[in-house]
Design a protein around this ligand. Structure first.
Ligand SMILES: Cc1ncc(COP(=O)(O)O)c(C=O)c1O
Length: 416
């Protein structure tokens, strides 16, 4: 059934092992496989499908562009597709939020924007060290991997991953401020043995790390620490940006302005490759071509991204994520938690998690398999993959959302 893949494709393939079927079609929050079986999608391409599969508004813009023989590949030359995107981003996203950022178009995946940010922070501040947090995930290339916590991924580097110091995330201690007390003491103590970093990289909600939602007061204090110590704050919004938390940018809820932001996944609107580094203008210090690349600026992604921004604005996707987020958290609280008092739930907007670690982390994988058997695609996150991660497209129908949640409930009940 999967011979072509198993014989020809590298062993590195991963998601297909959890979702063993051959997919053929996808529409909004539904996937269809070769046998015509339908699945509800609680995975959304790991956050790349916030606008739903084949979103008709975005698809139309891309089809129109394609059908007119418009330019598809242009490196970083000026095109109307890029012009339209930059204007839409400025007028509908950045200006209304008073965000001053300049936009750097990076390579096609999120990790390339993280690499660009890392290089730029070191260049701007002239300091090699950066801080990242325990539980962080920033990507798989060497710089991003050096800021990623999980040992399995780090081991895959096959080389040393240096010049990053890990600080405890807010959830490392019972009192969440202990982590920042420690971070601050390291900066103050001239005998701490830890070099002052050029930047602190963070996710305001760690997704791969297990759906850890940093509290607002923690984020605000971190911003203050960065200001007081001449350190850049870089928010990685690759997975939880573009509306996921109920805001276009995840840091809006804390009313802070990072010095740089990295975006990818859903920013192209259509699941096409695209990544961006947004930076305050005073940090726009790369010389021309200093972070170059052939695929910086896929024209179809620009067209999709512009249409996605228009759709976001028109449909108020941030409010929808917030409303549907309440449906999810209410369901988890009322229907899932009573199944076993040792379960833990966490979430914000349309990202939520069910943590099995206090019972047995392995149960999360069993629940994930049961969900798939019952027609739901859902992934795991966190230490030892102990968290079942709920991440539907923001455009999912209410019926599908509730149906998916019921499958989750039955699967959890089954495994515990
Ligand atoms: C927060 C975060 N940063 C960076 C990345 C890396 O993005 P990509 O896989 O597109 O390189 C991911 C991917 O899951 C992510 O969730």
């Amino acid at each position: 059934m999967f011979e072509v893949f198993e014989e020809n494709e590298s062993e590195v393939r991963s998601y297909c092992r959890k979702f063993p079927t051959v997919f053929t079609h996808a529409k909004n929050a539904r996937l269809t496989d070769r046998d015509g079986r339908e699945y509800i999608d609680f995975f959304a391409g790991a956050g790349a499908i916030n606008f739903g599969h084949n979103n008709p508004y975005i698809k139309q813009a891309i089809v129109d562009y394609l059908s007119q023989d418009r330019i598809i590949h242009a490196l970083d030359m000026y095109t109307e597709a890029k012009e339209g995107f930059l204007l839409a981003l400025k007028e509908k996203v950045l200006a209304p939020r008073n965000l001053p950022y300049k936009v750097m178009c990076c390579g096609s995946t999120g990790t390339n924007a993280v690499e660009a940010a890392l290089k730029l922070c070191r260049k701007v501040k002239g300091r090699e060290n950066v801080f990242a947090f325990s539980g962080a995930f920033h990507g798989m290339t060497l710089g991003s991997l050096a800021m990623t916590g999980d040992r399995f991924s780090r081991k895959g580097a096959g080389t040393s991953l240096g010049n990053v110091t890990f600080m405890p995330y807010f959830n490392a201690f019972e009192d969440e401020m202990t982590s920042l007390d420690y971070l601050e003491s390291v900066l103050k103590d001239d005998h701490s043995g830890i070099d002052r970093p050029s930047a602190i990289f963070l996710e305001t909600v760690q997704a791969e790390g297990g759906i850890n939602v940093a509290p607002v007061h923690w984020l605000k204090r971190l911003r203050k620490i960065c200001d007081e110590n001449d350190i850049l704050m870089v928010v990685d919004d690759i997975q939880v940006g573009v509306g996921r938390t109920g805001y276009f940018f995840s840091f809006e809820r804390a009313d802070i302005v990072p010095d740089m932001v990295v975006l990818s996944k859903s920013i192209s609107g259509f699941g096409l490759p695209m990544s961006l580094l947004l930076m305050k203008p005073e940090y726009d210090l790369f010389k021309p071509a200093e972070h170059n690349g052939t695929f910086r600026g896929n024209q179809l992604s620009f067209v999709g991204a512009r249409a996605g921004i228009e759709y976001f604005d028109k449909e108020k996707l941030d409010m929808r994520a917030s409303d549907y987020g309440h449906i999810i958290m209410d369901y988890l609280r009322e229907e899932i938690l009573p199944l076993d008092e040792r379960l833990k739930i966490r979430g914000i907007g349309m990202i939520a998690g069910i943590d099995f670690s206090a019972i047995d982390s392995k149960l999360a994988l069993e629940a994930c398999h049961k969900c798939f058997d019952a027609g739901l695609v859902i992934e795991l996150a966190g230490r030892e993959d102990c968290v079942l991660k709920i991440l539907p497209p923001l455009t999912i129908d209410k019926e599908d959302l509730v149906k998916g949640l019921k499958i989750v409930k039955e699967s959890v009940k089954n495994v515990i």
